[in-house]
Design a protein. Structure first.
Length: 117
């Protein structure tokens, strides 16, 4: 299986970005999906999760109300809409897929998000 992120870039504080993660080579609809980020010198941090059917989502307080995760099982793609971006959101953002029954998991290669004026 493979995950490929896209949509990162440079944005000013207060701006928005939409990340995409395209999946291939596995049964996407059977996997819970999540976005994580890692800033230089910091540990990787979970920023959003969505269950396999897209019914339930979860966010840490640091992004709640600003970030929205969604998925399109027909397109094998998960999205992260990021609004009201702050400089502290600067990081490499990674997409993750996990099937808790089989314990299979996949990671993308990451996409850089930089929030700066």
């Amino acid at each position: 299986g493979q995950l490929v992120e896209s949509g990162g870039g440079l944005v000013q504080p207060g701006g928005s970005l939409r990340l995409s993660c395209a999946a291939s080579g596995f049964a996407f609809r059977n996997y819970d999906m999540s976005w994580h980020r890692q800033a230089p010198g910091k540990e990787r941090e979970l920023v959003a999760t969505v269950t396999s059917a897209g019914i339930s989502t979860n966010y840490p307080d640091s992004v709640k109300g600003r970030f929205t995760i969604s998925r399109d099982n027909g397109k094998n793609t998960v999205y992260l809409q990021m609004n009201s971006l702050k400089p502290e959101d600067t990081a490499v953002y990674y997409c993750n897929a996990v099937n808790w029954r089989s314990r299979n998991a996949y990671w993308g290669q990451g996409t850089q998000v930089t929030v700066s004026s």
